[in-house]
Design a protein around this ligand. Structure first.
Ligand SMILES: Cc1ncc(COP(=O)(O)O)c(C=O)c1O
Length: 354
């Protein structure tokens, strides 16, 4: 019996990319596949997505994609530069992001094979990026640097998940002001902005979470947005029994059965990446029925009240998230976000692409 399993639905990935293209028809799509394709397997995702480019965090992540046969441009969002890696990046059509004045100085003094690079501008998030007031000067210097073959510009939005937040307007204006009338390819939009801010689409969009079928917006579900879940995370029932009214279930005896309760023990736990903080009441889909966690999450097991799923028996697989049970819903119950649920699956989970 396979324990915890993540089925990666390549058709859903493809569908979600089509949604991006419908929403941003005039933009190229650099799909964010950092952190191993948001935990879905970067190579699987990259091969399933006919994207124009990919965005990863580091050179190591970029090289993994190249070695897996991915040929389109790959940008590295948060990799500090050094000469050796710039040579490697140039040889492999990897596009570094220069994100502060120190990195710009390294890029300027580099005289190896020419590179296509991006300059990141801090339009208000204050994480990475050169100050708007410095952007013009840095851009001029980089454009004239000996090994810069092409220069694009990007920024990242802090609050686009909340469409009522005025910060997004401010950031879009700030980015435009920082670049003034400068020519060049621009990139602003993450998933939330792809969905809600056509004025941010520019030449290149960089969606991540929507490609995996989760909603980036606080006020919409993935279904509202016609996004399909790319991951079906399941595990088998390994035991089923009745717990009498008044008896506890699991560590800390934190859950007390209010009535005689049918409990299924499911072979998944925080050792697989299921969130330990998911409380009793977190939904689990059993035989098409909404059931709920009853008791604390253990390393290898969860306990589920399956009173609503009369026929569920040992060997049946339950859905922890996937179709019929959005990861966003489980994440909310566990006090986190779907991004984290996906990224935290451990090597114990068996992955299969369909
Ligand atoms: C710089 C940058 N661009 C794009 C993305 C994609 O964001 P999302 O997954 O919300 O679409 C991220 C994700 O964290 C990011 O850090």
């Amino acid at each position: 019996m396979t324990r915890a399993r993540a089925l990666i639905n390549t058709g859903a990935l493809d569908h979600n990319l089509r949604r991006v293209r419908q929403l941003a028809p005039n933009s190229r799509v650099y799909a964010a596949v950092k952190a191993d394709g948001y935990g879905h397997g970067a190579s699987t995702v990259a091969h399933a997505l006919a994207a124009d480019g990919f965005a990863v965090s580091s050179l190591e992540e970029a090289l993994q994609l190249r070695f897996a046969g991915v040929q389109v441009p790959i940008m590295t969002l948060s990799q500090p530069l050094d000469t050796a890696w710039l040579v490697e990046a140039a040889a492999r059509n990897i596009q570094p992001v220069v994100y502060d004045v120190e990195q710009a100085a390294i890029m300027e003094s580099y005289t190896g094979p020419a590179l296509q690079i991006w300059l990141k501008i801090d339009s208000g998030m204050h994480r990475l990026g050169v100050k708007p007031s410095e952007a013009g000067g840095v851009a001029d210097r980089l454009a004239n640097a000996p090994a810069v073959a092409w220069l694009g510009y990007l920024t990242h939005l802090a609050c686009a998940d909340d469409r009522s937040n005025v910060m997004t307007d401010r950031q879009i204006r700030c980015f435009a002001y920082a670049l003034d009338a400068r020519q060049g390819v621009r990139s602003i939009a993450n998933s939330a902005a792809v969905l809600t801010r056509p004025d941010s689409h520019a030449e290149v969009v960089r969606p991540g979470i929507m490609l995996y079928g989760s909603s980036p917006l606080v006020d919409c579900t993935a279904a509202d947005l016609d996004l399909w879940p790319a991951m079906e995370f399941t595990a088998p029932i390994i035991s089923r029994h009745t717990v009498e009214a008044g008896e506890p279930v699991g560590y800390g005896a934190s859950y007390i059965a209010e009535r005689d309760t049918e409990i299924a023990v499911v072979g998944v736990g925080y050792g697989d990446g299921y969130p330990r903080h998911a409380p009793s009441g977190t939904p689990v889909l059993v035989d098409g029925q909404r059931c709920h966690l009853a008791g604390r999450v253990s390393m290898d097991m969860i306990t589920v009240d399956v009173s609503a799923a009369v026929k569920a028996s040992v060997g049946d697989r339950v859905t922890l998230w996937g179709s019929g049970l959005p990861a966003d819903e489980v994440a909310t119950a566990a006090g986190t976000i779907a991004y984290e649920l996906f990224c935290r699956l451990t090597p114990r989970v068996s992955f299969e692409a369909i």
